[in-house]
Ligand binder design. Structure first.
Ligand code: ADP
Length: 613
C-alpha cells in the first residue's frame, strides 16, 4: 500500500465517525420533524374544523334570529352561506378521528347537527311570527347549544392532545439533543484517536529513516534504516541503505588507497638516506623520514616539536622553513659553510639544508620540505681543498715576493740596461704578478675568515667616512669609464659598529664590481640606512645585471658569470659575504639583466644603538 493510501486510510475513522454522526442526526431530526407534523395533521386540523364549525353555528344562529325578527330574506341568505361549509368541515372532522373518545364525540356532533338541521327546516317553514319564535326557542336554540357543546368537547379533546403531544415532543427533542452531543463527542474522540494511531503507524518508518540519516551524518557508515513494506518510505529506506553501503565501500576503498599512497610516500622518503622534514603552512612538523628520526631525534608522534632537536639544527630548520613559507621560493645553500654539525654515535655529521615549497591545488604554498643533505665527506673535501688552497697560497707568497722584487729590479734597470721590448715584457710580467699577489692575498684572507681565525676589531665608525673611503679608490676608474659615482646616507645614521677596514673592504669590492659591470653613462650609488634592528648598506648600479640562474651561485668561491667582463678570480663576493657574516649580518642581491643590480648587506645595529646613547 502506498504512503498516500495509508495516510488516506488513517483519515477514514474520523470520516466514518462524522458520517455516523451525520446519519444519526438526519434520522433523529426526521423523526422529530415527523412527530411535529403528526401533531399538525392529527389535532391541529380538528381544532381548526371545530373552530370553523363553531363560527358557522354562530352565524346560523344569527340567521335564525334574523328570521325570528322577520328579516327572513337576510336570514335565509346568511344561513345559506354557512350550511354547506359547516357540512364540509364536519366531514373533515369525521375523516380525522385520531384521539381516543374522539369518534364518539364526533358522532355526537353529527347527531346534534342532524337535530339542528331538522329543527331548522321546521323553523324555516313556520309562517307566523309566534310559531317561528316558539320553533326557535323550543327546538332550534337547544339543538344549537347541543351542537356547540359537542364542538367544544371535540375542540378541548384535540387541544389537550396537542398540549400533551407537544410536551412529549419537547422531552424527546431534549433527549435527542443530549444523545446527539454524546454521539458527536464519542465519534470525534474515537475517530481522532483511531486516525492519530493510524497516522503514527504510517509515519513511524519516517522517524526510523530520519534517525538513520542522523547517524550517517555523524559518521556511522554502518547504520541502516530497517523499514518493511512496499510504500514510498520503504523504497526511500532501501535507497538510503544502498547509498550507505556504497559510502562504506567507498570509504573502505579510498581509505585503503589513501593508506597505501601514504605508506608508499612514507616509504619513498624513508628510503632517502638524508633527513627530510615536512612542515605545514603554520610551520609545524607534519612528517619526517626515518633518517630524520635517527639523526635529528625528531618524531611526529612526539608532537613534531622542534624543541627536541639540537639548537643549531633547529635554527637552520626554522630559517629554511620561514624562507620557503615566506614565499621566497626554494632555499638553496650558498656553500658547504652553511652545513650544520650534528653529533652522532659514528662521529659528527655535517648536514647541508635545502628547502622546497609544497604547493596546494590552488597554487599557493601549503608547506615546506626541508632536506638536510649529508655533506660530511664533501665538506671534508672542501676543507681539504681550502687547506690545500691556503697552503698553496701561503707557499706562493714568498716566491711571489722574490719574483716581484726581481721583476721590479730588472724593470727599473738596476741590474743592467734593458731594451724597450724587454721593458714591455717585464711590465706585463709585473702586472700578472700583481694580479697573482691579489689572488693569493684574497685566498689567504678567505681561508682565515672561513677558519674563524680573523678577529674583528669592532668599534664605532663614521658611516660617511666608511662610504667615502670605499668610493675614493674607484673615482678615477669610474671617471675613465664615464660612470657617475655617488653616495647617500640616511640623516641621523652617523655611526655604525663594525671593523672599519673590513667594512671598507666589503664596500670597496662591491663598488669595484659595480663600476666594472656598468657601461658608459651609467651610475653607481652607495647608500646606508637604518632598517629596523639593522643598518643596511646598498650598492646599486645601472649596469648589465645578472640573470637569475647565476644570482644563486654568485657568492660561491671562484664563481664567475660565464662570459662577463671580470678582472678577478671570483673571490671578491665570497670574501665580502664572509666578512658580513662574521659581523652577524646577511648579504644578498636583487638584479635584473639589462637594468642593473643592487647588492646589499645588513649589520646588526645593537652596538650602534649603545654607541648613540
Ligand atoms: P670577481 O672578483 O671575479 O669580480 P666576484 O666574486 O666579485 O669575483 O664576482 C663574481 C661574479 O659576479 C663576477 O664574475 C661578475 O660576473 C659578477 N658580478 C659581481 N658584481 C656584479 C655587478 N655589479 N654587476 C654584474 N655582475 C656582477
Amino acid at each position: 500500500m502506498s504512503l498516500r493510501d495509508k495516510l488516506l486510510l488513517a483519515q477514514a475513522p474520523l470520516a466514518l465517525a462524522l458520517l455516523l454522526v451525520g446519519v444519526v442526526a438526519v434520522n433523529t431530526l426526521g423523526r422529530v420533524g415527523r412527530a411535529g407534523q403528526d401533531i399538525l395533521a392529527d389535532n391541529y386540523r380538528s381544532v381548526l374544523a371545530m373552530q370553523r364549525i363553531g363560527e358557522h353555528l354562530e352565524r346560523l344562529d344569527s340567521a335564525a334570529l334574523f328570521i325570528v325578527v322577520d328579516e327572513r330574506e337576510r336570514g335565509q341568505e346568511l344561513a345559506g352561506a354557512h350550511l354547506q361549509p359547516l357540512e364540509a368541515e364536519l366531514k373533515v372532522q369525521e375523516g380525522n378521528v385520531t384521539e381516543p373518545g374522539e369518534a364518539e364525540a364526533t358522532s355526537q356532533l353529527r347527531r346534534a347537527w342532524a337535530r339542528y338541521r331538522s329543527a331548522y327546516e321546521a323553523f324555516a317553514i313556520a309562517e307566523a311570527p309566534e310559531a317561528r319564535r316558539a320553533a326557535y326557542f323550543d327546538a332550534l336554540a337547544p339543538a344549537f347549544r347541543e351542537a356547540k357543546a359537542a364542538t367544544q368537547t371535540l375542540l378541548a379533546l384535540n387541544q389537550d392532545a396537542m398540549v400533551r403531544k407537544s410536551d412529549a415532543l419537547q422531552r424527546k427533542s431534549r433527549r435527542v439533543n443530549s444523545l446527539m452531543v454524546t454521539a458527536v463527542v464519542v465519534a470525534l474522540v474515537g475517530g481522532f484517536l483511531a486516525s492519530a494511531s493510524l497516522t503514527q503507524r504510517a509515519l513511524r518508518p519516517v522517524s526510523v529513516l530520519s534517525q538513520a540519516v542522523r547517524r550517517l551524518g555523524q559518521g556511522d557508515l554502518a547504520t541502516r534504516a530497517l523499514v518493511q513494506g512496499q510504500d514510498e518510505i520503504a523504497q526511500l529506506a532501501r535507497d538510503f541503505n544502498s547509498m550507505a553501503e556504497a559510502l562504506q565501500r567507498y570509504r573502505r576503498s579510498s581509505l585503503g588507497e589513501l593508506l597505501q599512497a601514504q605508506a608508499s610516500s612514507q616509504a619513498s622518503i624513508d628510503s632517502l638516506p638524508d633527513p627530510v622534514v615536512v612542515f605545514g603552512v603554520e610551520g609545524g612538523v607534519l612528517n619526517v623520514n626515518r633518517a630524520a628520526e635517527e639523526v635529528l631525534r625528531l618524531s611526529v608522534e612526539g608532537g613534531g616539536a622542534l624543541g627536541q632537536v639540537a639548537p643549531e639544527v633547529r635554527e637552520v630548520l626554522e630559517r629554511v622553513c620561514s624562507h620557503v613559507l615566506g614565499g621566497k621560493g626554494p632555499y638553496l645553500p650558498r656553500g658547504y659553510e652553511e652545513a650544520v654539525r650534528v653529533e652522532g654515535a659514528e662521529g659528527d655529521r655535517w648536514l647541508l639544508p635545502r628547502g622546497s615549497p609544497v604547493y596546494g591545488e590552488a597554487g599557493g604554498v601549503v608547506g615546506a620540505t626541508v632536506l638536510l643533505q649529508d655533506v660530511t665527506r664533501l665538506r671534508r673535501f672542501d676543507e681539504l681543498k681550502n687547506d690545500l688552497v691556503a697552503t698553496v697560497a701561503h707557499e706562493f707568497r714568498t716566491p711571489l715576493t722574490s719574483l716581484r722584487m726581481a721583476i721590479h729590479l730588472c724593470a727599473e734597470g738596476v741590474v743592467g740596461p734593458i731594451t724597450e721590448k724587454q721593458a714591455d715584457l717585464l711590465h706585463a710580467a709585473r702586472e700578472d704578478c700583481e694580479r697573482l699577489q691579489g689572488i693569493v692575498d684574497d685566498l689567504l684572507d678567505l681561508s682565515r675568515l672561513q677558519s674563524g681565525r680573523v678577529v674583528l676589531e669592532v668599534r664605532p665608525v663614521s658611516t660617511e667616512a666608511v662610504l667615502e673611503a670605499a668610493l675614493a679608490p674607484h673615482r678615477v676608474s669610474a671617471e675613465e669609464r664615464g660612470v657617475r659615482l655617488s653616495m647617500s646616507q640616511e640623516p641621523g645614521l652617523e655611526r655604525v659598529e663594525a671593523d672599519p677596514d673590513r667594512l671598507q673592504l666589503v664596500l670597496s669590492n662591491l663598488v669595484a664590481n659595480a663600476v666594472r659591470h656598468t657601461s658608459h653613462g651609467g651610475e653607481v650609488v652607495v647608500r646606508a640606512r637604518s632598517d629596523g634592528e639593522r643598518v643596511r648598506f646598498e650598492v646599486a648600479d645601472t649596469g648589465e645585471g645578472i640573470s637569475p640562474e647565476h644570482q644563486q651561485r654568485i657568492f660561491e668561491k671562484f664563481y664567475r658569470v660565464p662570459g662577463a667582463n671580470t678582472g678577478g678570480a671570483g673571490l671578491g663576493l665570497s670574501i665580502a659575504q664572509e666578512i658580513v657574516q662574521a659581523h652577524g649580518g646577511e648579504m644578498g642581491l636583487s638584479s635584473e639583466p639589462g637594468v642593473g643590480s643592487t647588492f646589499w648587506f645588513t649589520l646588526p645595529s645593537s652596538l650602534q644603538a649603545e654607541g648613540d646613547s
